[in-house]
Design a protein around this ligand. Structure first.
Ligand code: FAD
Length: 317
């Protein structure tokens, strides 16, 4: 019996979420008296996982698996879970894993709970806490199947160092040609260097910025903070920014540690997608803007005065 995690990577390097999954799985494994096995697909250096409590890594190196293919990746993960006799499989809540999890669940005849936050509420019965209705409510879900699949919400547990004596094993699962019937290529076209999904900090602009020519200050603020840039839906609809930056209910979800909204009103559909961010800051000239109701910090002011001032102060910091 072990806990199996899928340690996602991009361009050969682990994503931050892989370390959160490892930290989470370690804690679950300690409670169940078992170990953590990570599955890595085409990641160059797997040693980093040992910092977060992983006991064994199954290292898959296969040219066919360069580029995400949901069916093929799900096949790899379910084979790893069977090999390790997994009682719990932990996946993340990234776009890739949301696609993978139901396929893995069907293959393993396992119950799957998505949007899980925090450690299991109880182990017997196995009960987890999940967010519902765009993070506005929580529910407790019992998974009664022998194998349990958890889709952990990003930034809901945290990353904790816990150095382990990790074993690395080359793993060569069978990958069938049929697995490649559908191949999804995800192309990140973000303007910032940091991707929205992995960012600790996101600086987001709305229609209050008046036009695409004013995005220089958003990019500069993002650069100073090492943040990703994002935008509201109308901004991408107007082609001021690429669609890959659109966040919210119909765009990308954001679960960063810090989300800074500049000239964004705070419509319910926008908030639904960014609500899991830990600290929300709004800069808006209208003190009645709904965003102030959900923000942790707010600045009532003209973005064209506040943002350059903020950049100046941060640079001097
Ligand atoms: P606005 O609502 O026009 O707000 C602009 C804000 O800028 C105002 O609050 C204003 O006070 C402020 N402002 C103006 N000038 C300045 C200045 N100089 N300095 C500082 N502040 C200033 N929206 C999303 O973002 N994401 C989604 O995923 C999404 N999905 C949707 C799905 C559906 C089905 C529907 C119906 C709508 C959806 N929307 C979504 C649209 C959403 O309802 C809002 O219309 C949108 O979020 C508003 O964008 P905004 O805040 O940039 O613009």
């Amino acid at each position: 019996m072990s806990i199996v995690i899928y340690a996602e990577s991009a361009e050969g390097k682990f994503k931050k979420i892989a370390f959160e999954l490892a930290s989470y799985a370690k804690k679950v494994a300690e409670s169940l008296g078992t170990t953590v096995t990570a599955v890595s697909i085409n990641t160059q250096d797997v040693s980093e996982l040992s910092k977060y409590g992983v006991d064994k890594v199954l290292k898959v190196t296969n040219d066919k698996l360069v580029g995400f293919s949901a069916k093929a990746y799900a096949d790899v993960i379910q084979q790893a879970a069977r090999k390790e006799n997994a009682s719990v499989v932990v996946l993340s809540s990234t776009t890739d894993s949301i696609y993978l999890a139901p396929l893995v669940a069907v293959a393993l005849e396992a119950g799957f709970a998505s949007n899980v936050v925090g450690l299991p509420e109880s182990y017997l019965p196995f009960q987890v806490r999940r967010t519902a209705f765009s993070n506005k409510a929580f529910n407790s879900t019992e998974i009664s199947s022998d194998i349990k699949i958890i889709g952990l919400a990003k930034n809901s547990y945290g990353i904790f160092e816990n150095t382990s004596n990790m074993a690395t094993e080359d793993f060569n699962p069978t990958v069938s040609e049929n697995d490649f019937g559908i191949k999804v290529e995800s192309v990140e076209k973000g303007s910032g260097k940091v991707s929205i999904a992995d960012a600790d900090i996101v600086v987001s602009g709305g229609r209050g910025l008046k036009g695409p020519e004013n995005w220089g200050m958003i990019e500069e603020l993002a650069e100073v903070l090492g943040a990703a840039t994002a935008c509201s839906k109308p901004v991408s609809d107007l082609d001021w920014r690429p669609h890959s930056e659109h966040v919210g209910q119909t765009g990308k979800p954001v679960a960063s540690n810090l989300y800074i909204a500049v000239g964004i009103s705070g419509a319910i559909q926008h908030i639904a997608g960014i609500n899991s961010s830990k600290v929300k800051v709004v800069i808006n000239s209208d003190p009645e803007a709904p965003f102030f109701k959900v923000a942790d910090y707010g600045i009532v002011g003209d973005a064209f005065e506040v943002v350059p001032h903020l950049i100046e102060k941060l640079k001097a910091f």
